[in-house]
Design a binder for this molecule. Structure first.
Ligand SMILES: Cc1cc2nc3c(=O)[nH]c(=O)nc-3n(C[C@H](O)[C@H](O)[C@H](O)COP(=O)(O)OP(=O)(O)OC[C@H]3O[C@@H](n4cnc5c(N)ncnc54)[C@H](O)[C@@H]3O)c2cc1C
Length: 337
């Protein structure tokens, strides 16, 4: 393993931020990964495990060791009449895996079609779309505990999966490298059309393959391809507020979309950003080259391929204006480095 030094990360993050890494060393095996982590530790440098780079904002150059995790392989652990349990290596591309599973007649991931990134990152924020979250199929996660250096298996419960959240963003943040993800998929079609935009696209008897195609069609209309218009998907999380705050907001803003969420309410962040006047708007002066996508107010775009610092300044203007208008805090969804 010979790490490269002073490497551009622009092609490795979907916001196309022109940051550089002090060192970069891809890991194609667990041995590579251990070596790369040891290289960082010996130099007292931080490390950054990289998947598809579709959920990060690089606020500047990364003064440490970037490790693109490229472990590959899909193993069937158990096969029963109605279901299969699989172990999928962290470096597999998520959407290639979704297509593969559908082709095998293994269902449950159709609503999660076309999400960029790799399998290893999927549990980090418990990826979700069109009424389904990874938590509905995840059984376990295997990885390296960086504190002990030992391999560790976490059960689904251990992962503490929640809305765009998990233990990997909390107690195990920067402490655990996911190397394999365990998933249980059904051999029996049981489609989920609870999401209105999806239900409008297909009829109730649609097959999982048809649901996947519909998800792809809806996403293609609503979300820009990072290759054409750099972005990181939803830039803000849907805020969760108390039922008292939800009541107050509903009285003042009767059209604000909200859903019950574990005794609280989840608000539509896109609606808040749009109402605050940001949809389709570009940054000015210092923030020129950054903007909010015209078709979807949740998506921050970086057509100017600007530095992360500018993106974060633009985002904080949006956060401040939403707070001034609605007294609601918007949190950034991607991880900021
Ligand atoms: C156009 C677009 C649409 C999107 N749509 C959705 C959507 O519908 N739903 C959704 O939930 N997300 C969505 N996202 C966000 C993103 O695709 C997901 O969060 C995805 O899981 C990130 O995967 P990645 O491999 O690119 O992660 P990266 O951006 O490479 O990494 C994200 C974070 O996870 C850490 N990480 C990555 N791999 C590992 C690992 N193996 N072990 C430990 N830490 C790791 C990284 O260090 C980093 O902190 C979208 C993004 C884009 C650009």
């Amino acid at each position: 393993m010979t790490p490269q030094s002073d490497v551009s990360l622009q092609a490795l993050n979907t916001l196309a931020v022109p940051a550089r890494a002090r060192y970069l060393t891809p890991a194609n095996s667990i041995e590579d990964l251990r070596e790369a982590l040891a290289f960082a530790r010996e130099r007292a440098l931080p490390s950054l495990i990289l998947g598809g780079g579709s959920n990060i904002v690089l606020s500047g150059d990364f003064d440490g060791v970037v490790i693109p995790l490229q472990l590959r392989g899909i193993t069937c652990l158990t096969e029963q009449e109605d279901w299969v349990e699989l172990s999928v290596a962290a470096g597999e591309n998520w959407d290639d895996f979704v297509r593969y599973s559908l082709a095998q007649g293994w269902f449950g991931l159709e609503n999660l079609s076309a999400i960029p990134g790799n399998v290893g990152a999927a549990p980090i924020q418990n990826i979700g779309a069109y009424g389904v979250e990874l938590s509905s199929v995840l059984t376990s996660v295997v990885g390296l505990d960086l504190e002990t250096g030992a391999e560790r298996r976490l059960s689904r419960e251990d992962c503490e999966l929640a809305y765009r959240d998990s233990i990997f963003k909390g107690a195990l943040r920067d402490r655990f490298v996911i190397t394999e993800v365990g998933l249980k998929l059904s051999k029996v079609a049981n489609t989920n059309l609870s999401y209105p935009a999806l239900a409008a696209e297909v009829d109730a008897s649609a097959s999982p393959q048809e649901v996947s195609a519909a998800v792809r069609a809806v996403r293609a209309r609503k979300l820009p391809s990072p290759a054409e218009l750099p972005n990181a998907g939803s830039f803000f999380k849907n805020p969760i507020v108390s039922s008292e705050q939800a009541d107050t907001l509903r009285e003042i803003h009767p059209t604000l979309p909200m859903w019950p969420h574990n005794g609280q309410y989840k608000l539509a962040a896109g609606w808040l950003v749009e109402q605050a006047g940001w949809r389709g708007r570009s940054g000015e002066g210092e923030q020129a080259g950054v903007g909010i996508f015209r078709e979807q107010a949740l998506v921050l775009i970086n057509p100017g391929r600007c530095p992360g610092r500018r993106i974060l300044q633009f985002a904080s203007e949006i956060q401040a204006s939403v707070h001034a208008q609605f007294s609601v805090n918007l949190d950034i969804e991607p991880r900021v480095y």
